[in-house]
Design a binder for this molecule. Sequence first.
Ligand code: ADP
Ligand code: MG
Length: 550
Amino acid sequence: MSQQRMQGQPMIILGEDTQRMKDKDAQSHNISAARAVAESVQSTLGPKGMDKMLVDDLGDVTVTNDGVTILTEMDIDNPTAEMIVEVAEAQEDEAGDGTTTAVAIAGELLKNAEDLLEQDIHPTSIIRGFNMASSKAKEEIGEIATEVDPSDEEILKSVAETSMTGKGAELNKDVLVDLVVEAIQAVTVEADDGSHVPDLQFLNIQTQTGRAVSESALVRAGVVDQEPVHPEMPSEVEDAKILLLDRDIKMTEADTDAQLVLDDPERLQEVVAREDEQLEALVDAIADSGANVIFCQNGIDELAHRYLAEKGILAVRRVKKSEIEHLAEILETRLVGDFDSISADDITEGKVTRDEDDELFYVEGSGHGATLLLRGSTDHVVDELERGVNDALDVVASTVADGRVLAGGGATEVELAGRVRDYADSVEGREQLAVEAFADSLELVPRVLAENAGLDSIDTLVDLRAAHEDGDEHAGLDVHEGEVVDTFETGIVEPAHAKEQAVSSASEAANLVMKIDDIIAAGDLSTEGDEDEGGPGGPGGGMGGMGGMM
Ligand code: ADP
Ligand code: MG
């Protein structure tokens, strides 16, 4: 296909195999593709949500409940469905949690939009209505959010626990919730204007298998999971002068004569001896810089090990990128890539200790920083733990930074739906219907939470609406009790920022999908199996393969 202009008019030239779908057909084709993706993650929403098992091409298995992980690993090759995956990724980047919520609301918005399209309401009106409703909902979040003291540990723990429930991390949540809050507090600084700024750069997560989750710990140091390159090196250095390297300690090709023809054994001896000398000179230069501890991201030539040990230097090679970058933050220094440019500033003072049982170095410096040592029995356990803990870290950080929280368990969504519905009365024209549809879509959250917990979703919604009409803004569903309660009091709380973000991402995604009124595809638009269901646009129409999905 190519696009040219003829007398100012865009003209589209279609190739022979090109398929084209327009207007309503295009919209309903895209909407069903997007909805299919959204529905695939709905069953994981909330503490009682189910897990998904994902198997990739190589047979590697991931068992998770994390929305964004599921969507990114599903390997979806339908362009519209990919837009929904992007919503999840945007939500993950912006808020770190709430991905399933954002995607599920987007799916519900599209479902309700489809009804409006069938009533011949133009997509432009729907998009405008959704935008109005989304702005209104975000404004109302500001009204109903509760301000919290960023150092209030009780509330931070509730936020962490809410995000962790239902994840692999839940079993050990008592230990993990404390660690998450402690970790965020360890890396939070108070800015000049009095605001609290958690800086996750200063926090590193180190995972270890073969141990109980309850043995997880927070250490106020950088951690390096390696050993000294030589047994005669010190393994602990009290007054460490640390150098971080991101180049090898070896002679580079350019330093030696790469083109030598080594047929004469004596010549070979000579070359080795010269290389040896050069390495020794290099080690001397490093020692002269004053460094007595070297963490190197790359390799250290075997020949240099002994020289370094003789100089009393602790040298460690093959330090993980994440570890060495974390050290750079903690030591407030940079990684050195070129020996000629080493300056006194590149050598920083610190303290290096070693835990022989775990075979870990602990590195402390002038900057604040911490490492969360996450332990678990197997890789699968630790991976899912890490996903859960990462979400919890993000929401606690968001709460500390933003200082506002909301009642969870669908309480906020029902309250917002009521307020957006009231607002709809003041909206003129067809947009009013779209604003109402938006309100209805928000209520998907409590409905699905109930459904996933095996409760009656209609009864739950009726109870929730009644409670909110009575003025109980915090009435939500506690899925463990199976009852409508004041979720704020029960400690089911979420950061306001993540919810705002979920509302925006959902409506932006729905609008994006609806805006498309013309699909021009180089290949076949319909996919295997759904021809007899009425072609693209039928149920599940056009999911161009969901490879990897069980
Ligand atoms: P997301 O990817 O959107 O964060 P989750 O699976 O983490 O999805 O579920 C989050 C939802 O679960 C939120 O609406 C939150 O309020 C709700 N939730 C958490 N704990 C409870 C609980 N004990 N009872 C009811 N809902 C809960
Ligand atoms: Mg979550």
